[in-house]
Design a protein around this ligand. Structure first.
Ligand SMILES: [Zn+2]
Length: 303
């Protein structure tokens, strides 16, 4: 389905529902996880389970579903020995997501992430990989692209935004945020079990000035603790004059599995989502550890 109805609804101030995490839901129904690539090979190893996850999110009320391309970045596939499968794996993921949509008014997003990238890889090595991934997804016919720059430093996010700036597709940018010790919001992440040792990068408001040079589509707070999300949405609202959204996570990652800690009920998730909307978010969904039940709960906020 084309993106035009999403665009129209956003322009009219409506709320759009994005799906939740894909890897965690695949795990729950027994899909095979790869030691290095996590859920990145599921279009090849567990296609039926992948189709089922997409179906479940559509039934739960998602307006946008995300193809399982988050972990199948060219750089990570090379790192883990699957270089010859880069095209096949990504194209299959898009096909399965489109198959799940089957004529419904739901858009398919391709996820281009920073999975498997490290600062030490150097910007020069990242650029061709981002370009290759964007090109594969765009040629495979996604309706939009979500740049999932989670857990990334501003320099990497900036390069990703720059690589996508010539793309002729609607593009959303998501960033992960964390509090520093003085409760200022920075780019960064907090996957640690005890939440005592967050990785803190640049201040969010300062980073936004950089990203705005290359990106003018929606910006979303993602892969962040729920505790930081409302404040981060407010900073986006103040510093970014375009659509904003939120899709936080719960739990943490211990390769090759996502651990579902942090006890949050779907009704708690709904109450939080109402606050993100009140703070200016128009796109709401979930990231790692947020599943079909939570998306179903927040889908009543669709208007
Ligand atoms: Zn996440």
């Amino acid at each position: 389905m084309s993106y035009s109805s999403i665009e129209k609804r956003l322009a009219n101030g409506k709320t759009i529902i994005l799906d939740g995490g894909i890897g965690g839901e695949l795990q729950k129904i027994g899909a095979k996880m790869d030691e290095g690539l996590w859920c990145g090979r599921c279009s090849i190893d567990s296609p039926d389970e992948l189709l089922k996850v997409h179906h479940n999110y559509i039934e739960a009320g998602a307006d946008v579903i995300t193809a399982n391309t988050y972990a199948s970045t060219p750089i990570s596939m090379k790192k883990y020995g699957y270089e010859d499968l880069i095209e096949e794996c990504n194209i299959k993921s898009i096909k399965i997501a489109k198959q799940a949509v089957a004529g419904k008014d739901v858009s398919v997003a391709g996820s281009v992430s920073t999975y498997g990238y490290f600062m030490k890889d150097g910007i020069k090595k990242m650029k061709p990989s981002f370009d290759q991934h964007l090109s594969i997804l765009s040629n495979a016919g996604v309706d939009l692209v979500i740049l999932e720059a989670m857990s990334s430093q501003a320099d990497i996010v900036e390069v990703l935004a720059e690589c996508s700036s010539n793309l002729k597709l609607p593009t959303w940018l998501s960033v992960s945020c964390v509090f520093d010790k003085d409760k200022n919001i920075h780019l960064g992440y907090d996957d640690d079990v005890s939440h005592t040792d967050p990785q803190v990068y640049e201040k969010l408001d300062e980073s936004l000035q950089r990203f705005k040079k290359f990106h003018s589509g929606p910006i979303l707070v993602a892969h962040s603790n729920m505790s930081v999300t409302e404040e981060a949405v407010k900073i986006l609202k103040t510093n970014y004059n375009n659509t904003i959204g939120a899709y936080p996570n719960r739990g943490h990652f211990i390769k090759p599995e996502w651990k579902f800690t942090d006890d949050i009920k779907p009704s708690d998730y709904l109450e939080s989502a109402k606050k993100w909307i009140a703070s200016g978010a128009q796109i709401i969904g979930g990231c790692c550890g947020i599943g079909v039940e939570e998306i179903k709960a927040i889908s009543i906020l669709k208007n």
